[in-house]
Design a protein around this ligand. Structure first.
Ligand SMILES: Nc1ncnc2c1ncn2[C@@H]1O[C@H](COP(=O)(O)OP(=O)(O)O)[C@@H](O)[C@H]1O
Ligand SMILES: [Mg+2]
Length: 382
């Protein structure tokens, strides 16, 4: 069934966001674009799900960039060694440049001599395919060199965004930072965005003298979209689609998640889908939509909790109860939440942080998944 334009959900939660449905980020996108156009590298940091990827993709589609540059986007969150990095990088470069024609595909094939004979072939299009397996990349350093050489010869400058860049710090190859830095420094026609959510590790990589990337990029921190702008955006989108929502209801959603983009978007997406054309989303239907989301995640959350040792679980509940928890090893905190001891809290928080179930900001802690936090506090919703 064809979805009529008025039915299209304006609160996008996956994939590319059309400019019409992209909220704000005016100053940020201008600054990011300007830095890149002027030949700078950028380190873009924010909490997970705040909108880094969205912002990069929004900028990549601006005419200043799309018409004059080749842009690449590589997400390396799931990679765990240099070989995988090179595989992802190679694939991104292959897919982007060969979509421009056979000539590029052939040039790519020629450039990557180390993978000779490992490409597949698409007989219909008459082009090689990047069906290279991870194991085919036997000498990742060598292949990396070839990819950079290929890029160096492109007929336009390139912008390469590496998402979740802090991941390279976890590779067993200790020299990855230095290796990449060496290449990047030599590239005259490539500029880079290093994006990531592990602010602490990224900070170290770019602001510590002993790291190869020290001061090699301009810093950009992405915060929540301002409240008044986000609330107007929500009300406007409802109106454009022949529906209504009171500003107070949108404000409540914003405040509940401190404007954290994904959680606001997901909630509004659900709320919109439960509001037929001509109707209004009120407080009651907002609460209904939230319940639907939390119920949908129940299985996952229960599963996570079932595997968690009691001490971590009780600390997790304590943090959820406070929203933002501070001084978690103090006697008051421990007593108030009936926890075992300061040392057990210390051990538990270490594990919760390592598993990214909890995030820290200036000695305060919150549950990373804000829906999980609400789910734990479910009582307040009913
Ligand atoms: N400016 C925006 N307007 C509307 N939705 C956005 C915007 N930026 C991000 N989103 C949505 O918020 C969620 C998180 O964004 P994403 O870019 O994936 O975050 P990050 O890369 O920081 O983890 C996604 O569902 C995305 O669709
Ligand atoms: Mg991202």
């Amino acid at each position: 069934m064809l979805i009529m334009k008025n039915e299209e959900n304006p609160f996008v939660v996956t994939g590319y966001i059309k400019p019409d449905y992209f909220c704000d980020r005016k100053a940020e996108s201008e600054r990011l674009t300007k830095l890149l156009l002027n030949g700078n590298n950028v380190m873009l940091k924010s909490d997970r799900r705040m909108g880094k990827t969205g912002l990069i993709q929004y900028c990549f589609n601006k005419s200043e960039l799309i018409d004059n540059y080749y842009t690449f986007f590589i997400d390396i969150l799931h990679t765990s060694c240099l070989q995988e990095f090179v595989h992802e990088f190679g694939r991104a470069v292959y897919e982007q440049t060969t979509s421009r024609g056979r000539k590029f595909a052939q040039r790519f094939l020629k450039a990557l001599r180390s993978l000779n004979g490992k490409f597949g072939f698409d007989a219909v299009a008459g082009t090689p395919t990047f069906s290279v397996g991870l194991g085919d990349i036997e000498q990742p350093e060598y292949t990396l060199d070839e990819i950079f050489n290929y890029l160096q010869q492109m007929d336009r400058p390139c912008i390469i965004a590496i998402d979740e860049f802090q991941q390279i710090g976890n590779y067993p190859e200790r020299n990855t930072e230095a290796l990449l830095r060496g290449h990047i420094q030599k590239m005259s026609n490539c500029h880079f965005i290093f994006a990531g959510s592990e602010k602490h590790i990224l900070g170290l990589m770019f602001e510590n003298r002993s790291h190869p990337f020290y001061k090699s990029a301009d810093n950009m921190d992405l915060d929540a979209i301002p409240r008044d702008i986000y609330v107007s955006f929500i009300c406007e989108k409802f109106e454009e689609k022949g529906r209504q929502i009171q500003a107070e209801v949108a404000e409540e959603v914003y405040d509940m998640f401190e404007g954290h983009t994904y959680y606001v978007q997901k909630t509004m997406n659900e709320a919109f889908s439960n509001t037929p054309e001509g109707n209004a989303c009120d407080q009651e239907s907002l609460m209904y939509s939230l319940r639907v989301i939390l119920d949908g995640n129940s299985g996952l959350y229960k599963e996570m909790l079932s595997k968690m040792p009691l001490r971590q679980k009780t600390l997790l509940y304590a943090i959820a109860e406070d929203g933002w928890a501070s001084q978690i090893t103090s006697a008051t905190f421990i007593k108030r939440h009936r926890l075992a001891s300061a040392s057990s809290v210390q051990a538990a928080i270490k594990k919760l942080l390592a598993d990214e179930l909890v995030v820290e900001e200036g000695k305060r802690y919150r549950i990373s998944d804000r829906f999980f936090s609400l789910w734990i506090k479910r009582a307040i919703l009913t």
